[in-house]
Design a protein around this ligand. Structure first.
Ligand code: GDP
Ligand code: IMO
Ligand code: MG
Length: 418
């Protein structure tokens, strides 16, 4: 029973928040392991509707410990805003534990990414949350801030000023100007943030290891998705962290042998925000129709999401990469509203290299099978209630991977379990 991993099986926004919120009802510990507030995990439950960016989706259960582990990059002002917004709805973050080794997204990371974007260097279409520049500082081991840097007030303020000056100079040299906020403002904001955050800093590695040896139920919550993983995704159109199940173990210290379920959340169709190849992207009006039906606008940036058909080649890749034990399927209630539904069975290509994982995705052509729309799924609460055409579609996916959770709407209880 101990560890369940939940990851995105596509390009993010698959509905991980919904699935983690559902599973977290039985979890003792929920751990966010990667990314930062580039994530937007939407949750609809009896308390309300929320878009979580940094807070683990176990926060709605008063007895669940929520951990932000070392692989996450934290923009402190955003985390505090999130805590305040939750508190205003009666949701307490008292059980939040933060790793001292998590890195901090600092104001210069946001400024740098904005400058890159203004210069047109930034063709990836990032969320502009400073994620890439922060992970860059982490890897370069220069000028990086970690949560543990907050512990000594004096050392923190000295380092803050030194790095501020160095970054200002660096940006000026590279871009001719340096739009970082004034130091006094940063100093003030970060001293306030420090007071709010320090009570949550804990030895999270011990906490997680202890929970695992006590056979507590641990849920590892991924952000982004397999195809956005920096090592396994559609590079360079990816994020800067590891979003896969192997990343979950590495970034939390959980022993792979303790993991019993690895759930890949997949949308019944595929969406993508930002740039990069997308073999099954739907062109024209139908794309807009699906976007409208599914309200496919980013939970973080509000950007319209590109929509496409389910891609079984890619899903099989996600199963291999993450060693998924199962899929949780979302949004088939939306897809079923279309009169005809396509599914990519395989790629057609002359070059065998194009079929190797995420290489050559620009040039492949999908080979489609067509299904008839099955209508909405209102009132379906067990598998036998589901329309026959939809069950045919499920059987096709289950040739690749078992499916134990079928989400039939955005609410916590709109779900069919196997
Ligand atoms: P995440 O980043 O993977 O957590 O996904 P997002 O929250 O960014 O986007 C998923 C969207 O789909 C959110 O608006 C959810 O409320 C919604 N959603 C999740 N599952 C379902 C489902 O089965 N049906 C419908 N209609 N909406 C869903
Ligand atoms: P959740 O957890 C969808 C995308 C961005 C861009 C690329 C790099 O809600 O599924 P970044 O700002 O990370 O450097 O941007 O990754 N991206 C996401 N797309 N869902 C997300 O998170 C994403 N986080 C980043 O749009 O293409
Ligand atoms: Mg999202």
């Amino acid at each position: 029973m101990p560890v369940t991993i939940v990851v995105g099986a596509q390009w993010g926004d698959e509905g991980k928040g919904k699935i983690v919120d559902y599973l977290a009802q039985q979890a003792d510990v929920v751990v966010r392991f990667n990314g930062g507030n580039n994530a937007g995990h939407t949750i609809k439950n009896a308390i309300g509707k929320f878009a979580l960016h940094l807070m683990p989706a176990g926060v709605f259960n008063p007895d669940t410990v929520c951990v932000i582990e070392r692989g996450v990059v934290i923009h402190l002002p955003s985390l505090i805003t999130e805590m305040d917004e939750l508190a205003a709805c009666g949701v307490s973050a008292k059980n939040l534990a933060i790793s001292p080794f998590a890195h901090l997204v600092m104001p210069w990371h946001l400024a740098e990414e904005q400058m890159q974007s203004n210069k047109g260097q930034e063709a990836i279409g990032t969320t502009l949350r400073g994620i890439g520049p922060c992970y860059q500082d982490k890897a370069s081991r220069r000028h990086a801030f970690r949560v543990c840097d907050l512990l000594s007030r004096t050392k923190f303020l000295n380092k803050l000023e030194a790095v501020f000056l160095a970054k200002k100079e660096d940006l000026r040299k590279r871009y001719g100007k340096s739009p970082i906020e004034p130091f006094e403002k940063i100093r003030k904001d970060y001293l306030v943030a420090r007071d709010r955050i320090l009570p949550h800093v804990a030895d999270t590695f011990q906490l997680i290891c202890g929970a695992a040896s006590d056979k507590k139920h641990i849920l590892l919550e991924g952000a982004q998705g397999t195809l956005l993983d920096v090592d396994y995704g559609s590079y360079p159109y990816v994020t800067s962290s590891n979003a896969t199940a192997m990343g979950a173990c590495m970034l939390t210290g959980v022993a792979p042998r303790d993991v019993t379920r690895i759930i890949g959340v997949a949308k019944a169709y595929v969406t993508r925000v930002g740039n990069g190849p997308f073999p099954t992207e739907i062109k024209g009006r139908l794309n807009e129709k699906l976007r409208k039906l599914g309200n496919e606008f980013g939970a973080t940036t509000g950007r319209p999401r590109r929509c496409g058909w389910l891609d079984l080649h890619m899903l099989a890749y996600a199963v291999r990469v993450n060693h998924l034990t199962e899929i949780a399927l979302t949004k088939s209630d939306i897809l079923g509203l279309l009169p005809a539904i396509k599914v990519c069975e395989a790629y057609i290509t002359k070059d065998p290299w194009d079929c190797i994982d995420t290489f050559g995705l620009e040039s492949v052509k999908p080979d489609y099978e067509t299904y008839a729309g099955w209508g909405d799924l209102k009132g379906c609460s067990v598998r036998n209630d589901l329309p026959e055409e939809f069950r045919r579609y499920l059987s096709r996916i289950e040739k690749i991977v078992p499916m134990n959770l079928i989400s039939t709407g955005s609410g916590r209880d709109e779900i069919i379990t196997a």
